[in-house]
Design a protein around this ligand. Structure first.
Ligand code: ARG
Length: 637
């Protein structure tokens, strides 16, 4: 129920309105900030054509990517025919749906002021559409001119709640997935123009802190003057738990400590803060490596909001009493468990905090889109929270609240991911391993390249060019490759399925991996270097400004066809919150570009300039798509 696929076409560029083109014709050219999807553009023309040919008939325009002949299909003729018949206003010339398709096709030609269509052909009850080569070329040319643009979107204030590990507990592979998927969702929304807040809903509150603080005070009595030297907070947690379970006195002290903490006692608060700091430093290691930005707004932040929010809920009449506990049974949910917003002992828990948090985000933050990224195990919790918020009347119809669930991380054996010794995996080690593997590979490639260049130079009797990467360049490349590989492996399949963590697969330079995309990108950059037209350089700018792209070879057309679908891929990934659509897109694009450079000579061919332009647009698009996936880019590997 959370994955609503909406195609926003309302902002697509006006096409059939002559005023729009007249307005831009004389004025100084303004760089566009967004670009309709090709499907959106075709839909707009079809809409205008329909209004022109059949005014007053409100059949929703149905345009789709073609499965057989042509690039797109307008499938509206049948519905239009039905409506004309029902209205009793059937034009004399229309006898069958095929006549509607013919009239529609003619009107579409007329409305196509930009020359998008190469051919529009009515067949029985629908219209087949072919996109013109020159229009495709112009779109690609614009990538080089204006950069890669997002599709038009209705801007929203969005809050993305992701990563969200728990203090003093292990930050496990599930949190790694949430971090990677959540960061990508933020990047997609930010690039689309939304105002995004990246929120780390850290689990920094709860009764376990009584035990942790008591243990801290016992083990590090001078905690108030020196930061406690806790090397392993999980071990610290385990030790505290052991004493808690065995020692009645300690248990009593721990309970008192919880009460003190909740009443705002200075020393308890201070000790709590120190424990959170130790955790925070651990979390930062992962975020730093992955270059993920997050603002911590932990559970504790919402404490003061809980009582008034509960009072408000009670006044609204959505709560009920269940054996002394305050609960909500939101209508329309099928769970046996209600939402427990106050426990029978008066305490607040996970449910209470999330109700306060959703209230805060909707009313204080005025968010119009809230996204929660956690494992699928929490699906029913969020279903209840969202349903309760709606039940309380908090959610406007235009507001979107999504739970973005994901599957488990499994080892190559298909079972839950563990180290060989059976311990939980430390995330930092896992990331470092990917980088060190890529370091070894990159060093090897570098040596090979140096030797190959030397041998070639000797054979031709000239001095070998210096092609060696510095150690710092190799290290940087390994980081981009290694972290990129981990992220891509996580993002490439539908997040709802379990994901297999397998270094050999994710680092395969010939597979559907970040390594493959990055190698492809670097190969393209090397072509441009040889052509003396590196992206962004002055000679490249001069050259591209006077180059017209010509698309003749099927491999060139295939690349152009992929390049102009970037907006569509991003729109699909954003509306469904499924980043795998972007992975599919970049993989397809890289495959097409690879075939293109294999089949079409760039350097020294009569089409060199046009092909340099196509390569440039490809680099820009690959780089942008990888950036949305949180993956860097390398000009040289
Ligand atoms: N700390 C929780 C966990 O580790 C995730 C929190 C997700 N966000 C939320 N608002 N409940 O499972």
């Amino acid at each position: 129920t959370t994955e609503i696929y909406t195609l926003s076409l309302h902002d697509a560029l006006p096409i059939c309105s002559t005023s729009a083109s007249a307005a831009t014709a004389g004025a100084a050219e303004l760089a566009p900030t967004s670009l309709s999807t090709v499907l959106g553009a075709v839909t707009e023309i079809s809409k205008a054509a329909q209004q022109k040919a059949f005014p007053g008939v409100a059949a929703p325009v149905n345009v789709a990517v073609s499965k057989r002949d042509g690039d797109f299909q307008n499938n509206t003729a049948m519905a239009l025919f039905g409506m004309l018949k029902a209205s009793g206003n059937m034009p004399a010339a229309i006898k069958a749906p095929k006549d509607v398709a013919e009239t529609l096709a003619a009107a579409m030609q007329e409305c196509d002021s930009e020359g998008i269509f190469a051919k529009v052909e009515p067949v029985a009850g629908f219209v087949n559409i072919w996109i013109s080569k020159s229009w495709q070329a112009a779109r690609v040319q614009n990538i080089v001119k204006y950069g890669v643009l997002p599709p038009p979107t209705e801007k929203k204030k969005a809050i993305v709640d992701f990563s969200s590990p728990n203090v003093a507990k292990e930050m496990h592979v599930g949190h790694l997935r949430s971090t990677i998927i959540g960061d990508t969702i933020c990047r997609m929304l930010e690039f689309s123009g939304h105002e995004v807040e990246r929120v780390n809903h850290v689990g920094d509150w709860g009764t376990q802190f009584g035990m942790l603080i008591s243990h801290l005070k016992a083990v590090f009595p001078d905690y108030a003057t020196k930061p406690p030297p806790i090397a392993d907070l999980q071990q610290f947690y385990k030790d505290a738990k052991k004493i808690f379970d065995e020692d009645e006195d300690f248990k009593k002290r721990a309970h008192e400590e919880v009460v003190r903490l909740q009443s705002g006692d200075g020393s308890s608060r201070y000790a709590w803060g120190q424990i959170c700091d130790v955790s925070r430093r651990e979390f930062e290691k992962v975020y730093g490596r992955l270059e993920v930005k997050l603002t911590e707004v932990g559970e504790s932040f919402y404490n003061e909001y809980i009582p008034p929010v509960l009072e408000h809920l009670q006044q609204t009449g959505v709560t009920s009493d269940s054996d002394g506990a305050l609960v909500i049974f939101p209508p329309g949910t099928v769970h046996e468990q209600p939402l427990i917003v106050r426990k029978s002992d008066g305490g607040f828990g996970y449910d209470s905090t999330d109700m306060a948090a959703v209230w805060y985000r909707l009313f204080e933050k005025q968010a119009k889109w809230i996204v929660y990224v956690t494992d699928a195990g929490q699906a029913s919790h969020f279903e209840l929270i969202f349903a309760a918020a709606k039940y309380a009347g908090w959610v406007e119809p235009a507001t979107r609240i999504d739970h973005v669930p994901f599957g488990l991380v499994c080892g190559p054996d298909g079972k839950k991911y563990k180290t060989r010794s059976g311990d939980v995996v430390r995330l930092v080690d896992l990331l470092d391993e990917a980088v060190s593997r890529m370091y070894a590979v990159t060093v090897e490639h570098n040596t090979e390249r140096v030797e190959r260049t030397k041998a070639e130079a000797e054979a031709h009797g000239h001095v070998a060019e210096d092609v060696a990467l510095s150690d710092e360049e190799i290290r940087e490349a390994s980081r981009v490759l290694g972290y990129g590989a981990v992220k891509y492996a996580d993002l490439k399949s539908n997040r709802n399925s379990n994901y297999i963590f397998d270094y050999d697969r994710m680092l395969d330079p010939r597979g559907n991996t970040a390594v493959y995309m990055l190698y492809t990108g670097a190969r393209l950059c090397s072509i441009l270097r040889k052509a003396g037209a590196e992206v962004g350089s002055a000679p490249a700018q001069a050259l591209l400004a006077q180059t017209t792209l010509t698309l003749e070879h099927p491999a060139e057309l295939a690349v152009a066809g992929a390049l102009i679908r970037f907006q569509e891929a991003l729109e699909r990934a954003t509306s469904t919150l499924l980043p795998n659509h972007l992975c599919e897109y970049v993989y397809d694009l890289c495959g097409k570009v690879s075939s293109f450079v294999r089949e079409c000579k760039v350097l020294g061919s009569p089409e060199q300039n046009s092909r340099v332009l196509l390569v440039t647009a490809s680099i820009l698009t690959i780089k942008q798509t990888l950036a949305l996936l949180g993956i860097g880019f390398l000009d040289k590997i």
